[in-house]
Design a protein around this ligand. Structure first.
Ligand SMILES: [Zn+2]
Ligand SMILES: [Zn+2]
Length: 134
């Protein structure tokens, strides 16, 4: 007898949870909760054997992917309301977090006449009009 079989990784999506404050980027978003599991498929047969179930939560704000606590995942899968807290999440893949722009350090020089701060490429003090020597 010849049996064709293989394994397949399936994904099941659940309704999104939110709004939540994303631990990754700190903004309001929602979690798209889904799980993946592996199935053993036999040719002509409906997959019957499942294992390796893992729940995930993907934030909609920055696309960060978290591994979700299994018990919380099961609660969501059963349709019960649940609050996802940061301690239930393990960051797998950080999203595109908007890095705070570094404050532009503009080199300045001080006008010898009035003490105003001017950028170094200024030729005249815009406060008192004194010409800078350069
Ligand atoms: Zn985020
Ligand atoms: Zn000046």
């Amino acid at each position: 007898m010849f049996i064709v079989w293989g394994t397949d990784t399936k994904r099941k999506d659940y309704s999104s949870i939110g709004p939540v404050i994303c631990p990754n980027c700190g903004s309001y978003g929602r979690y798209n909760v889904f799980k993946t599991y592996r199935v053993l498929t036999f040719f002509f047969f409906i997959p019957t054997f499942r294992w390796g179930t893992q729940f995930f939560a993907e934030s909609t704000c920055c696309g960060a992917l978290y591994a979700l606590d299994k018990e919380i995942g099961k609660t969501i899968a059963s349709g019960s309301p649940v609050e996802i807290k940061p301690e239930h999440l393990t960051l797998i893949r950080g999203g595109a977090v908007q890095q705070a722009q570094p404050v532009q350090q503009v080199e300045t020089k001080t006008c010898g006449n009035c003490g105003a701060q001017m950028s170094t490429d200024s030729l005249f003090c815009s406060n008192c009009g004194t010409k800078f020597e350069s």
